[in-house]
Write a protein that binds this ligand. Structure first.
Ligand code: 5GP
Length: 115
């Protein structure tokens, strides 16, 4: 699927939609989910235009991929999640339940999550 530059996260990246950015570096930005499912629910998105995990792993450079995942770890650290634990979720495509077609990692925590 071609990247749709009108998607909501592309607009957030371009500063066309407001968000409460909690973290930014050369690889990503992170901001709270609009409809949090857990006490802590943050989205981490790469700055590059990738529709989903499959697109990212196919087209991004190894440095971008490593940098992005290191950044996700930094976000979790900043949120104070590693001590008690947390969950990372990536919904991929139609069957995966992905709604916004720009790769994002859900960082979920702040309570014991059901298995
Ligand atoms: P998906 O189902 O694509 O993995 O998750 C998309 C997530 O983006 C949902 O959890 C939804 O609440 C969140 N979301 C959708 N639109 C916005 C928005 O404009 N701002 C923020 N912060 N989150 C959004």
């Amino acid at each position: 699927m071609a990247y749709d530059s009108d998607n909501v996260f592309a607009k957030i990246l371009r500063g066309e939609l407001p968000t409460n950015k909690i973290y930014e570096d050369e690889y990503c930005i992170a901001f709270p989910d609009l409809n949090p499912k857990t006490p802590v629910h943050v989205l981490v998105i790469p700055k590059g235009e990738y529709t989903d995990f499959s697109d990212f792993t196919a087209r991004a450079t190894p440095a971008e991929i490593a940098g992005f995942f290191k950044s996700v770890g930094k976000v979790a650290q900043q949120l104070g999640l590693p001590e008690k634990g947390y969950r990372l979720v990536m919904n991929i495509g139609h069957d995966g339940g992905q709604v916004v077609p720009h790769l994002h990692v859900h960082v979920l925590g702040g309570k014991k999550l059901p298995v």
